[in-house]
Write a protein that binds this ligand. Structure first.
Ligand SMILES: *[C@@H]1O[C@H](CO)[C@@H](O)[C@H](O)[C@H]1NC(C)=O
Ligand SMILES: *[C@@H]1O[C@H](CO)[C@@H](O)[C@H](O)[C@H]1NC(C)=O
Length: 338
C-alpha cells in the first residue's frame, strides 16, 4: 500500500488526539461512582450504561447525603429526587423531577427516555410511571433525614427559602401567605457545599460517543415542588457527541437561569479548550451573582477535560474524579476557584 507521509502524519495526529479515550469524569470526589461508570463502560461498551450505573452508585451510597434517599428533606420532611440522562449521539433525553418514593431516579430518567416519547416527567405522576415500569415504591425517609427535619422544626424552620410572605420566614414555620413585595424580611439562603452536591457524570467511549447525566435530592428544607438545575437539560448537564459534554453542580436555583452546561458545550463546539469553556460558563453567572456557589466539568470530543468553580465562602477549591485510558483507577483532580 502506498501511504503518503501526509496521510501517515494525519493518522498519527488522529491517534494522538484520542489517546485519552474512553473517559469518565464526574463532579465531587465520588470515587465509587467513577469506578461503577468505568466498569459499566468496559462491560457493555455503552456510555448510557456508564452514566446510569455511575449515578445509580451514588443513589445507593447516598453520596454526601445529597444524592439518593434519606437526604435533603423538604419543608414537610420528604425527600424528593431529580435526575437527567442525555444521549449525545441521538440527542435523546430522559428526566424526572420531584420524584417521590422511588430510590433509583436516574433509572427512571432513562425509562422516560427509552419507554416514552417524552423528555421529562414530574411529581406523583412520575412515581406512578416508575411503578408501572417495575421500580419499587418505598419510603425515602431515614432516621437521619427525619432528624434533620425535626431539628429544623425545633429551630423555627431556619434556614428558610420563602420571601415576601407573612408571617416572617426568619421567625416562623408558616403557613405563609403573600404580603406586599419587600415589606417583610426575607428568608436567608443557605446554599453551601453541604446542602447541594449533585452528581454530574460524563462518559465518552473510545469512538467519541458521549452521554451525560445527573442525580440529586435537591436542596435541604426546600419548598415542596422545588426543582433545581440537575434535571433541566442544558443546566444540570448536556452532551452532544459532535461538540462536547458538561455537567454542573451548585446552587441550582441560580445556575439554571444561565444554562451553563449548554453554554460550555457550545463554546467547545466553537473550539474553546474545555477549561476555558467551563470558566466562561461560570463567569456568565458570576456577572450577576458574584458569590454564588457552583462548579462545572467539561469534556471535548477528544477526551480532553477541564473544570471551573466560583470562589465563594464555602468553596475555594473544587474536587472531581477522572478515569481514562491513562489511569487504571479513578483519579482525584482539583481546580482552584476564581
Ligand atoms: C430508627 O429509629 C427507630 C426509633 O428510634 C429505631 O427503632 C430504629 O432502629 C432506627 N433505625 C436505624 C436504621 O437506625
Ligand atoms: C480538545 O481540547 C484540547 C485541549 O485544549 C485540544 O488540544 C483539542 O484540539 C480539543 N479537541 C477538539 C476536537 O477540539
Amino acid at each position: 500500500m502506498d501511504v503518503s507521509p501526509q496521510f501517515f502524519f494525519l493518522m498519527l495526529c488522529f491517534q494522538l488526539g484520542r489517546t485519552s479515550l474512553p473517559l469518565v469524569i464526574n463532579t465531587w470526589p465520588f470515587k465509587s461512582a467513577t469506578a461503577a461508570a468505568w466498569d459499566a463502560l468496559q462491560s457493555s461498551g455503552l456510555v448510557l450504561d456508564a452514566v446510569e450505573k455511575g449515578c445509580a452508585r451514588c443513589e445507593i451510597e447516598q453520596c454526601d447525603g445529597t444524592v439518593g434517599f434519606g437526604g435533603s428533606p423538604d419543608e414537610t420532611g420528604e425527600t424528593t429526587l431529580d435526575a437527567l440522562i442525555m444521549n449525545g449521539n441521538t440527542m435523546e433525553v430522559g428526566a424526572v423531577a420531584d420524584l417521590r418514593r422511588i430510590k433509583n431516579a436516574i433509572g427512571v430518567a432513562r425509562a422516560v427516555m427509552e419507554r416514552t416519547e417524552h423528555t421529562m416527567l414530574v411529581g406523583e405522576s412520575a412515581s406512578v410511571f416508575a411503578e408501572n415500569m417495575g421500580f419499587v415504591a418505598e419510603d425515602l425517609t431515614t432516621n437521619k433525614s427525619l432528624n434533620v427535619f425535626t431539628q429544623w422544626l425545633k429551630g423555627n424552620c431556619q434556614p428558610n427559602y420563602r420571601k415576601n410572605v407573612n408571617p416572617d420566614p426568619l421567625k416562623s414555620c408558616g403557613p405563609y401567605g403573600p404580603v406586599a413585595m419587600q415589606t417583610q424580611c426575607n428568608g436567608v439562603r443557605h446554599v453551601n457545599i453541604h446542602s447541594h452536591d449533585t452528581i454530574g457524570l460524563i462518559a465518552i467511549d473510545k469512538d467519541g460517543h458521549m452521554a451525560a447525566g445527573t442525580s440529586t435530592n435537591g436542596l435541604t428544607h426546600k419548598v415542596p415542588g422545588r426543582v433545581g438545575d440537575s434535571p433541566i437539560i442544558g443546566a444540570g448537564a448536556y452532551a452532544d457527541s459532535s461538540a462536547g459534554a458538561a455537567a454542573a453542580t451548585g446552587d441550582g436555583d441560580i445556575m439554571m437561569r444561565f444554562l451553563p452546561s449548554y453554554l460550555a458545550v457550545e463554546l467547545m463546539r466553537n473550539g474553546a479548550d474545555p477549561s476555558v469553556a467551563c470558566k466562561s460558563a461560570i463567569s456568565r453567572i458570576k456577572r450577576h451573582y458574584s458569590d454564588f456557589f457552583g462548579a462545572i466539568i467539561c469534556a471535548n470530543t477528544t477526551g480532553h477535560y477541564g473544570a471551573a468553580c466560583n470562589k465563594a465562602p464555602s468553596l475555594t477549591e473544587f474536587h472531581f474524579m477522572v478515569q481514562n485510558s491513562e489511569s487504571d483507577s479513578p483519579v482525584l483532580k482539583s481546580v482552584t476557584c476564581f
